[in-house]
Write a protein that binds this ligand. Structure first.
Ligand SMILES: Cc1ncc(COP(=O)(O)O)c(C=O)c1O
Length: 381
């Protein structure tokens, strides 16, 4: 089955009793048993499994070319279950530019549990290899990164992690499986904030993990079941509905994203545009290799003045773009990482990796491109 068919049919079948084409929202916590320990069907309690969540999980496995999908209450709940595979003294090597909440979980929760984190620029493969030792258990990559749109070469990193027998997880939120398939490139775990492109309509908080290896899938399901970060049936339904148009939406996000990046890179008020589709992007070669079919709808930029007040004034003036946290919905959003999504990253750390105070991140939606460009122009004026 091709990807554009999988988004609609992958892992899906008609509901058994009524033939309902979409899975019903099984709004139930528990399931009847005929005798103690003998449930009527295959379900016992919705923290362990729920049929609407199962339908979503099978769709997730299908679109990421995995064998097992798990749906979580948020992207961070999904990441949290991966961390529960670790023990004190284990080490994790993570990308230096990460979603602020992921960084906060690693640095402020799991570091205190005795897990050691190294945050590095993963384009330097020698540096990455030099940090691997007998305690290293996991390599965590976000590509493209939030907000600096840095890329990591998934295939090259997978070769290293396989050689050293380490787990390799990729946060595929920005790219989506329409553009990038980490499991096919050798990663062990794909993670998503399904709140973003998978859901696609800014109406749900959800997360996902997908794996190829059944035993790893079982361990992650155990962590989820034992600690409870599961996705409810209504939210599972919403994400599943979103996935059915993922290919159509991402295609338009890519078209609009490329046009916005081109417009901004020619604008006299703009200093630097971070978009993997631009030939000037530092990792354009990696993008061409692993982002099949387009470069996404996320565009980040800075101002010639370098002043935070210019970023703030711009963000106060946009009208079609909404100033808000989050990304990946059909509507265009604009964000100021320093004071919003990345406020939890310490100021020195932000400065070190290049998240300057004049940095603006756009999630370019699927509206008419003329309206988007006119909006950016008037706000920049
Ligand atoms: C790249 C990335 N990963 C993970 C997350 C966390 O996901 P959630 O907000 O669904 O918990 C986000 C949220 O913005 C994100 O952008």
């Amino acid at each position: 089955m091709k990807f554009n068919t999988k988004t609609i049919h992958g892992g899906q079948h008609h509901e058994k009793v009524t033939g309902s084409v979409m899975p019903p929202v099984f709004q139930t916590s528990t399931y009847a048993q005929t005798s103690p320990g003998k449930p009527v069907g295959e379900y016992e309690y919705s923290r362990a499994a729920n049929p609407t969540r199962t339908a979503l999980e099978e769709a997730l496995a299908s679109i990421e070319n995995g064998t097992r999908g798990l749906a979580f209450a948020s992207g961070l709940a999904a990441t949290d279950s991966v961390m529960k595979l670790l023990k004190p003294n284990d080490e994790v090597i993570a990308m230096d530019d990460l979603y602020g909440g992921t960084y906060r979980m690693f640095a402020r929760i799991y570091q205190d549990f005795g897990i050691k984190f190294h945050f590095v620029d993963m384009t330097d493969l020698q540096k990455l290899e030099s940090l691997m030792n007998e305690n290293t258990k996991l390599v965590w990559v976000e590509t493209p990164t939030n907000p600096l749109m840095k890329l990591a070469d998934i295939e090259a990193i997978a070769k290293l992690t396989k050689k050293k027998n380490l787990l390799f997880a990729v946060d595929n939120t920005f790219a989506t499986p329409y553009l990038q398939k980490p499991l096919d490139l050798g990663a062990d775990i794909v993670m998503h904030s399904a709140t973003k492109y998978l859901g696609g309509h800014s109406d749900v908080i959800a997360g996902a993990l997908v794996v190829k290896d059944a035993a790893l899938g079982e361990k992650l399901h155990f962590a989820q079941f034992a600690t409870g970060g599961t996705l409810g049936p209504m939210d599972s339904y919403l994400v599943l509905r979103g996935i059915k148009t993922l290919h159509l939406r991402v295609q338009r996000h890519c078209e609009n994203g490329a046009k916005v990046a081109d417009f901004l890179s020619k604008h006299p008020a703009i200093k630097r545009v971070y978009y993997p589709g631009l030939e000037t992007h530092q990792h354009h070669d990696i993008a061409k290799k692993q982002m099949i079919g387009g470069f996404g709808g996320m565009v980040t930029f800075t101002f010639n003045s370098g002043k935070q007040e210019d970023a703030v004034r711009f963000l106060e003036r946009v009208k079609v773009f909404t100033l808000a946290e989050s990304l990946g919905g059909v509507e265009s959003l604009a964000n100021h990482p320093t004071s919003m999504t990345h406020a939890s990253v310490p100021a020195e750390k932000r400065a070190e990796i290049g998240i300057t105070d004049d940095l603006v991140r756009l999630s370019v939606g699927v509206e008419d491109i003329d309206d988007l460009l006119a909006d950016l122009e008037q706000a920049l004026q």
